[in-house]
Design a protein around this ligand. Sequence first.
Ligand SMILES: C[S@@+](CC[C@H](N)C(=O)[O-])C[C@H]1O[C@@H](n2cnc3c(N)ncnc32)[C@H](O)[C@@H]1O
Length: 212
Amino acid sequence: MSSEELYEARKEFFNERAENWLDMWYKDQETGKYDRYEKEFQRLFSLVPIKDGDHVLDVGCGSGVLVPYILERILDNGVLYELDYAEKMIEVNKRLHNDKRIKFLVSDIVDVPLESGSCDLVLCFSCFPHFQEKGQAMRAMARMLKKGGWLSVAHFDSSEELNNHHRKTSGPVMHDKLPDKKAMKRLFVNSGLKTEKFIDESGFYLILGQLI
Ligand SMILES: C[S@@+](CC[C@H](N)C(=O)[O-])C[C@H]1O[C@@H](n2cnc3c(N)ncnc32)[C@H](O)[C@@H]1O
């Protein structure tokens, strides 16, 4: 498969799963509530700097699992950009979240239709391994930040658990990998980001950096 074919196949993979994404990953099958990872979300948002009035970009947002956590923190003056290249993910996200603070964007991260320096915080939750050109994607995310702004790449798995999980699938995401610590820190440095936190443990991964 050529890299263009792989890119399209991966996008289709996410489009096909859009309707059921939240049920598949975030629903507690016993209670029916979407709180399977509530503890992890609280931990993530206790570590990531986010405040009243922030402009936040949620990259690879899918159907919007982060939306309530972000809106609750940016309050009335904040702006939330929900960006995903899979148009069906954005369709579902829009249907679920009707709030004037949200701007929905169907776009690849490398072509973000926003001015450079638009954001206080870029959240890349559960999607970095899927970027085909990781250096380009990292630079694009850093470009969206104001000076002193923050970038967070996070997962609710360790890097090893996550890479094993993708390896066990048979579809177009099977070779998608989260780079190791040294490579991630290099990607941060090359995009002008200073690493402030690095956590890679069972059930939780976070690399947080600030644009200097
Ligand atoms: C594993 S899903 C996670 C979705 C959401 N963050 C969540 O946790 O529910 C990865 C998401 O990243 C999106 N994505 C992958 N590559 C992308 C790219 N190059 N540009 C924009 N979105 C991308 C996919 O369409 C998909 O919705």
